[in-house]
Design a protein around this ligand. Structure first.
Ligand code: S3P
Length: 436
């Protein structure tokens, strides 16, 4: 079967039961390989996400002359070449589906002595890049995009970069990280102020690799010209992958799941707060830290959910979890209102449109607005859903189907391998009705 034609047939299954090990965090996995590659010395990464996105980033560093060993699945040994040790690649660098890979690499490669070309798949090739090429140009970088600001990115190396004080108009960890990575090579200091704090893995990890960096929620500042020191990284389980099971167990009567040692960085757990406002029964057990990140087992039981007005201040902390939230909202009592979430229109797909269209197909009323939607819950029927090349849309509708009265066909689900290749095996194992 070709990748494009892969589909799922999903139906209501059993009450969801069991203990699941969710794979490694995508954001942390991308950054771990990047910083290990730039460090002096050898770093070991444990819990690396074996997804297409993060493997694409590792493959790019191999093309840039970094030796990366895979002694066993989810482990990488990275022989760092130092901040000045990357070599020109012999061709375009393919970021696959990964906005994180492309945007962070753009910041890094803009500062190298050699030229690079960054390309991506159909979804990534339609995503906006001016949000990074703008500030990088202010620093002295030369990057060409297509006329509408989309990839490929043609990066002209050999530019001397100067630090900037950048007030980002968009709450985006990718934008912040691209500027900080360029700042690592720039003359003087670089600072970023955000309109709302976003995930701070770049700052935390730069610090773990020995860089001097000042940071607090919504702010980061570093000095150019620093070296990085190899360190070992333990990647926590990805909250964004866990999110689908949190919602699934909440909406399927009789369910109880334990998700082991999930990463609970506060900049990622907005959905946990939103689900609890809706009445979800989710407990945190065995709290500890893993590679400097807070983790805990999440024990989730079925509970009746109420619709809510999602607090706008939670939006950046749950930016990847709206497909899952829409499904929870469709199964709640009373409408759920989402506002202040226009960024969802420029993710792997236009997630407001993709979720609204898909839920309508199953019989749920959704009123879309430019920056959000109102979801009016109701019984879920049957139908055919398009994933719009978006892994999280695919997984969200596999979850929705667990409460549907009929068969839900989800088209084009190969994209799930970008972030969660084992999703369907884990889902079936705990009781989902889900078949290829
Ligand atoms: C990410 C940042 C977020 C998020 C993406 C991963 C990161 O994107 O949606 O999945 O690892 O920095 P934006 O920076 O575009 O908000």
């Amino acid at each position: 079967m070709s990748q494009q034609s892969q589909h799922w047939v999903a139906t209501a299954g059993q009450p969801l039961r069991g203990t699941l090990d969710i794979p490694g965090d995508k954001s942390v996995s991308h950054r771990s390989v990047m910083f290990a590659a730039l460090a002096d010395g050898v770093s070991t990464i444990d819990g690396f996400l074996e997804g297409e996105d993060t493997r694409a980033t590792a493959a790019i560093f191999s093309q840039l002359g970094v030796r990366i060993e895979t002694p066993s699945p989810s482990r990488r040994i990275v022989h760092g070449v130092g901040v000045d040790g990357l070599k020109a690649a012999d061709g375009p660098l393919d970021c696959g589906n990964a906005g994180t890979g492309m945007r962070l690499l753009a910041g890094l490669l803009a500062a190298q002595a050699f030229d690079s070309v960054l390309v991506g798949d159909a979804s990534l090739s339609g995503r906006p890049m001016r949000r990074i090429t703008g500030p990088l140009a202010q620093m002295g970088a030369k990057i060409d995009t297509e006329a509408d600001g989309t990839p490929p990115l043609r990066i002209h190396g050999g530019q001397a970069l100067a630090g900037i004080d950048f007030a980002s108009p968009v709450a985006s960890a990718q934008v912040k990280s691209a500027v900080l990575l360029a700042g690592l090579y720039a003359h003087g200091h670089t600072s970023v102020v955000e309109p709302h704090p976003t995930r701070d893995y770049t700052e935390r990890m730069l610090s773990a690799f020995g860089a001097e960096i000042e940071f607090s929620p919504g702010y980061a500042r570093l000095r150019g010209g620093q070296r990085l020191r190899a360190t070992d990284i333990a990647v926590p389980a990805d909250f964004s992958s866990a999110a689908f099971f949190l919602v699934a167990a909440s909406i399927v009567p009789g369910s109880e799941l334990r998700l082991r040692a999930v990463g609970l960085n506060p900049r990622r757990t907005g959905l946990l707060q939103a689900l609890r406002l809706m009445g979800a029964d989710i407990r945190e057990e065995n709290p500890s830290t893993h590679g400097g990140e807070p983790v805990a087992d999440l024990v989730v039981r079925h509970a009746p959910l109420q619709g809510i007005q999602v607090p706008e201040e939670l939006v950046p902390d749950m930016i990847d979890e709206f497909p899952a939230l829409f499904v929870a909202a469709a199964c709640a009592q009373g409408p759920t209102v989402v506002t202040g979430a226009a960024e969802l229109r420029v993710k792997e797909s236009d997630r407001l449109a993709a979720m609204a269209t898909g839920l309508r197909t199953l019989g749920v009323r959704v009123d879309e607005t430019p920056d959000g939607a109102t979801i009016h819950p109701g019984p879920l029927g049957a139908g055919t859903i398009e994933s719009h090349h978006d892994h999280r849309i695919s997984m969200a509708f596999a979850v929705a189907a667990q409460r549907a009265s009929g068969e839900v066909r989800v088209n084009d689900v190969a994209n799930v391998a970008t972030s969660f290749p084992d999703f369907d095996r884990l889902a079936r194992g705990c009781g989902f009705g889900l078949h290829r």
